[in-house]
Design a binder for this molecule. Structure first.
Ligand code: NDP
Ligand SMILES: O=C1OC[C@@H](O)[C@H](O)[C@H]1O
Length: 361
């Protein structure tokens, strides 16, 4: 029997469309043993929601013969046909929308960054626990087959020997001066800046590749950071972090919205070889190359599945919910809280405060 999961998509914007692309592609291939049905689009406008359904090509052949409905946010939270909500709205809306989804009895997969600070994230995980509902931050990067394979090469086969250094960068020129001041990248009220939007991936790679453990069992490390605050917007478009473990290995992590970074965006150096990753989007690890100091043939990997890459986390979530789990082993609550704590500290040291930081509820 295939696993079937009925999704409600909250927000008919950029990332929701990329996510839904993978759900419908999965259904048209029907080879994963999992069926993802899009039941409802929670949207600020009916016509926008209808356009989303059309643009994402959600039709009877790739959605189990079901036409999704478009609903106001309030009706959406009450829809009994939704098993799980995908929250695809800007950061600062996540807290309220995840809360309302859980209160409506739904499991939740919420886009990164989960919240703007750790204190809010803790409240959401506690609520999910109380309600016995699944909740996960959508850190899709962790779920790519490339990452599983790379971790095997580095931590089980130890092909690059002892790991000493990681360079991980996410830089893209977002043309900040020409964006509206209310754009989610610029607006301090929407959690603007680079750290929470893209720096989170540089930190994620450090968590994945400098430590084979995740969440509660993570290996302790120290870090120092610099964050430049933009004079106009008061948020960061240029942040760097150095992490150091007790055994001496270090990670040099960075993010920037003013410049276009170079490929490879990531380099992991060991005593016997080097891993390099390149991508059109550093969040999407579809390709890596391992070269060896002794001149051996390199190991090369490329994901040519045709998916954007969201299907990997979506399938993991479907399996967890079918198994009655309320958190995922690859991206557990404790890992979200650890990364949020790092980002809180970096902001605190640089004096970047979001209006939501002071809110008591
Ligand atoms: N995993 C990944 O690779 C990516 C993740 N993200 C994350 O996804 C989230 C959404 O990003 P993205 O899709 O680019 O955002 P969008 O700007 O496309 O907004 C998504 C939706 O959020 C709602 N929304 C946007 N701005 C406002 C506002 N000012 N007030 C009220 N509602 C608003 C709208 O919903 P409606 O349709 O109802 O009007 C909109 O369609 C972010 O948290 C981001 O970090 C983003 C890109 C890539
Ligand atoms: O998560 C993301 O990854 C890709 C970026 O372009 C985007 O701004 C960010 O939200």
């Amino acid at each position: 029997m295939p696993i079937t999961l009925r999704w409600g998509i909250l927000g008919a914007g950029n990332i929701s469309s990329q996510f839904v692309h993978d759900l419908v592609l999965n259904n048209s291939r029907a080879d994963s043993g999992i069926i993802h049905i899009v039941r409802s689009i929670g949207c600020s406008s009916t016509s926008k929601g209808q356009d989303f359904i059309k643009d994402c090509n959600i039709n009877s052949t790739n959605n189990e013969g079901i036409a999704p409905v478009v609903q106001s946010y309030d009706d959406f939270y009450q829809n009994p046909e939704i098993d799980i909500v995908y929250v695809g709205t800007p950061h600062t809306f996540h807290k309220v929308q995840v809360t309302k989804s859980l209160e409506g009895g739904k499991h939740v997969l919420c886009e990164k960054p989960f919240t703007v600070n750790k204190k809010d994230a803790e409240k959401l995980f506690q609520l999910a626990k109380d309600k016995k509902l699944f909740l996960m931050e959508a850190v899709w990067t962790r779920f790519f087959p490339s990452i599983k394979l790379l971790k095997k090469y580095v931590y089980e086969d130890k092909v690059i020997g002892d790991v000493h250094r990681l360079f991980s960068d996410f830089a893209w020129n977002a043309d900040i001066p020409n964006l509206e001041p209310t754009n989610r990248l610029r607006d301090v009220n929407l959690g603007g800046g680079s750290l929470l939007d893209i720096g989170i991936y540089s930190i994620t790679y450090s968590r994945i590749l400098l430590d084979n453990a995740v969440g509660e069992s993570h290996t302790k490390f120290e870090f120092k950071s610099f964050m430049s605050l933009d004079a106009r917007d008061g948020v960061d478009y240029n942040t760097s972090i150095i992490v150091q473990y007790a055994d001496g290995k270090q990670g040099i992590l960075s993010c920037c919205n003013y410049t276009t970074g170079k490929m490879p965006f990531l380099r992991l150096e060991g005593t016997k070889g080097v891993v390099e990753m390149s991508s059109d989007n550093p969040a999407r690890p579809r390709q890596f190359k391992i070269t060896f100091d002794d001149g051996r043939d390199p190991i090369e990997y490329k994901d040519e599945s045709g998916y954007n890459g969201f299907i990997y986390e979506a399938n993991a979530v479907a399996r967890d919910i079918a198994a009655g789990k309320i958190e995922n082993d690859t991206m557990p609550a404790a890992e979200t809280l650890l990364v949020m704590e790092i980002m809180d500290k970096i902001r605190e040291d640089a004096g970047l405060v979001y209006p939501q930081d002071g809110q008591l509820i």
